[in-house]
Design a protein around this ligand. Sequence first.
Ligand SMILES: CC(C)(COP(=O)(O)OP(=O)(O)OC[C@H]1O[C@@H](n2cnc3c(N)ncnc32)[C@H](O)[C@@H]1OP(=O)(O)O)[C@@H](O)C(=O)NCCC(=O)NCCS
Length: 168
Amino acid sequence: MDAWLGLGEGPEIDWQNWHVSTMSRDQARMIAEWRYPPPYDFYNGDKDPEDLRELLDPPEGVSYWVVSARDVNILGFLEFQWTNGRIGLGLGMRPELTGIGVGLYFVKRALQFIEGQWGRQSVDLMVAEFNVRAITVYRRAGFHVTGNRWVDTNGAQYPFVTMRWDPD
Ligand SMILES: CC(C)(COP(=O)(O)OP(=O)(O)OC[C@H]1O[C@@H](n2cnc3c(N)ncnc32)[C@H](O)[C@@H]1OP(=O)(O)O)[C@@H](O)C(=O)NCCC(=O)NCCS
C-alpha cells in the first residue's frame, strides 16, 4: 500500500508516520463517543457499561493506546491485556476508517508495535462470531482460529471466536 492513502474529502493518512502513545483520559472519552453503523454498533461505547469503565479506568494488566498519524489525531486504538504472561490484543479503528480496506495495514502495524515494545511473541485475540469483516482481516494478518466461546457483554451472551498469531 502507498504510504499516503487519500480518503476523498477526508484527511490523508501518512502511514509511515504511524505513532502509538498511551491513551489519555480525554482521548478515552472521545473514543467512547465513537458510533459505528449497524451491525458494528455492537462496539459503541454506550453498549456495555463495564467495557466503558475499563476504557476510562483500565484495571491492572490492561492498557489502552492511541494510534495516530501526522494529520489524523486518532486513527484508532489498541488494547493490550496480559494474562499469565500472554498478550491479548483488542483494537478498533475510528468509524470513518472502517470498511474501506485499511484494517489489514492497521493490524499488521499493531503486531509490529507489539514486537518492538515487548519482543516477538504469540498474540491472542477474541472477536464476535458475527464480525466476519474483522475475522477476515485477522486471518489475512496471519491469525488462526483456536476456539469458540460465549462471552458476557452488552447485557447478553454472544458467541466469540478466539484467534492466535504465532511468530514464524
Ligand atoms: C475490524 C477492522 C480492523 C477491520 O478492518 P476494515 O478495514 O474495516 O476491513 P476491510 O474493509 O478491509 O474488510 C475486510 C474484508 O471483509 C469483507 N467484508 C466486509 N463486510 C463483510 C461482511 N458483512 N461479511 C463478509 N465479509 C465482509 C470485505 O469485503 C473485505 O474483503 P475484500 O477485501 O475481499 O473485499 C475495522 O473494521 C475496525 O477496527 N472496526 C472497529 C469495530 C470492530 O469491528 N472491532 C473489532 C474488534 S475485535
